[in-house]
Design a protein around this ligand. Structure first.
Ligand SMILES: Cc1cc2nc3c(=O)[nH]c(=O)nc-3n(C[C@H](O)[C@H](O)[C@H](O)COP(=O)(O)O)c2cc1C
Length: 268
């Protein structure tokens, strides 16, 4: 899959055609679920649900979502790393769906868990926290356009306010080698388009911070790490995530999340 192309192309889709997906597409999605990589560990489960046949009540037409018959469901344990790892992993599947021409929308706050009650046998300690409707986009309804305007979904914070070089006062050069990989983070989806991702580059290491403290922001951070890693791989770099005590203390209101050290060319 060309992850960078999928990252550029993806936008949240909330209106679907109800056209059934082919067996081939569903098989591809199941393969994407089974093969998604997860370097962060964590305790979570991702499953696919189909509504509409056999009298199962469809959650496809409430609130902002219309016409969705197929959904991904993410059940997660309560730990912070569980949410981040789950975000990292589910976003890869979302990008796979984007690549095969399907629309998606992460839904965290606004679904009724009762609508998914038929799928409640989650492993001990996990709870359904995110659902993602997917299918063919049916264009954008007025309501959806209003939602996009309200959430300012099409605006992204400038690169220089998100990513820093060596200290928190110096913006990172977008054309530096880490700058190119971090550029893949800006188009990422985030809850309420809050874009909580911040990063500080120090030599061969990037320290990630979140400017928000909500549970949903942990999913946002996992998604951001997934995009960053896709950027690294697209530019031919490998490296590893870790949490370390040497990360510089975050400015007021930010919270340290995780670090990444790039392998030296000779290690790759
Ligand atoms: C963790 C998470 C939770 C979200 N929850 C909702 C939601 O409950 N309802 C909704 O309509 N959109 C939700 N979104 C979608 C965001 O509003 C959307 O990603 C953001 O506005 C940016 O727009 P874009 O995805 O089209 O780039 C969520 C996104 C994320 C990452």
């Amino acid at each position: 899959m060309n992850m960078l192309k999928a990252i550029e192309k993806r936008r949240s889709v909330r209106t679907f055609t109800e056209a059934p997906l082919s067996a081939d597409e569903l098989a591809q999605i199941d393969r994407a679920i089974a093969s998604a990589r997860n370097p962060l560990g964590g305790n979570f489960t991702i499953r696919r649900a189909h509504f509409g046949d056999g009298g199962v009540k469809s959650p496809g037409s409430y609130g902002l979502i219309k016409g969705a018959t197929d959904w991904l469901m993410l059940a997660v344990a309560p730990g912070d790393n569980d949410a981040m790892a789950a975000g990292f992993t589910l976003e890869q599947i979302v990008l796979n769906l984007t690549e095969i021409g399907l629309g998606t929308c992460w839904i965290g706050g606004t679904f009724k868990s009762g609508d998914f009650a038929d799928f409640k046998d989650w492993p001990e300690g996990q709870k359904l926290e995110i659902v993602v409707p997917f299918g063919y986009s049916a264009g954008t309804r007025l309501l959806e356009r209003i939602e996009r305007l309200a959430a300012r979904s099409d605006s992204r914070k400038p690169f220089v306010r998100l990513f820093f070089d060596n200290d928190f006062a110096t913006p990172l050069d977008e054309n530096s080698s880490f700058g190119k990989s971090l550029a893949a983070v800006r188009p990422a989806p985030s809850s309420l388009n809050s874009q909580p991702w911040r990063a500080l580059v120090k030599g061969d290491t990037v320290h990630f911070y979140s400017s928000m403290h909500r549970r949903m922001s942990l999913f946002d951070m996992g998604i951001a790490l997934c995009h960053f890693k896709a950027g690294e791989e697209a530019h031919g770099y490998d490296g590893a995530f870790f949490t370390g005590s040497e990360a510089p203390t975050a400015p007021d209101g930010w919270r340290y999340i995780m670090s990444y050290t790039r392998k030296k060319e000779t290690d790759v």
